[in-house]
Design a protein around this ligand. Structure first.
Ligand SMILES: [Zn+2]
Length: 206
């Protein structure tokens, strides 16, 4: 006979194991840790989850996580509003910004196009991105859009789609892509900062 866990404990483990990076074993470990530390870890996690659920949304301009209407990057007047860098995720945005190579603004897509998984342009926020770029071009502010998707099959598909959409609509806009120095097949968030910085400095016109 094996021990049957209480349904609520099983539910906690099941929910935790759905998180990226947590398999069934580590989810069980995390669940038991939380339950053994009721007053500390469990309460803190519950409170942080509630605060995040209530307070964290998406920036109206760039789609990154923010607690206000507009994020701190978009509100930063020291950044060049003529440059916009399109990334796949908030993690990629953070990696790019940590490289200190990018002086402009961002737009964060909700991932990448994946026809196999049925993920299309609307799912990843392409309409909002095109609207944002259109507004920038019409105001005469935006000079360059950098496509900073990864060199993975889906990242490439996303880049081709976006480059095509931008060229058709605004032929006058400079469109670039991060240099090929980035390693193939991995996300930008896992790339070292000097490689990212080089890829930004030697970005190429497309
Ligand atoms: Zn923003």
């Amino acid at each position: 006979m094996s021990i049957r866990l209480a349904p609520a404990v099983e539910e906690l483990i099941r929910t935790l194991s759905a998180l990226p990076g947590l398999g069934p074993r580590s989810a069980q470990r995390a669940a038991f840790f939380l339950l053994q530390n009721r007053k500390g870890a469990l309460d803190e996690l519950a409170s942080a989850l509630n605060t995040a659920r209530r307070g964290v949304g998406r920036c109206r301009l760039c789609n990154t996580f923010t607690e206000g209407d507009i994020c701190s990057v978009c509100a930063d007047e020291d950044r060049d509003p003529g440059l916009i860098c399109v990334v796949e995720s908030v993690a990629d945005q953070m990696a790019l910004d940590a490289s200190l190579a990018w002086p402009g603004l961002y737009f964060v897509l909700n991932g990448r196009l994946s026809p196999v998984e049925g993920i299309g342009p609307a799912d990843i926020g392409m309409p909002q991105l095109l609207k944002r770029i259109g507004a920038g071009v019409e105001e005469g502010v935006l000079r360059e859009a950098v496509v900073a998707t990864s060199y993975t099959p889906e990242g490439d598909a996303t880049a081709y789609y976006l480059i095509d959409a931008l060229k058709k609509r605004w032929p006058q806009l400079r469109v670039t892509r991060l240099a090929r120095g980035l390693p193939s097949g991995i996300e930008i968030e896992y790339t070292d900062l000097s490689t990212i910085a080089n890829a930004v400095y030697s970005r190429r016109d497309v």
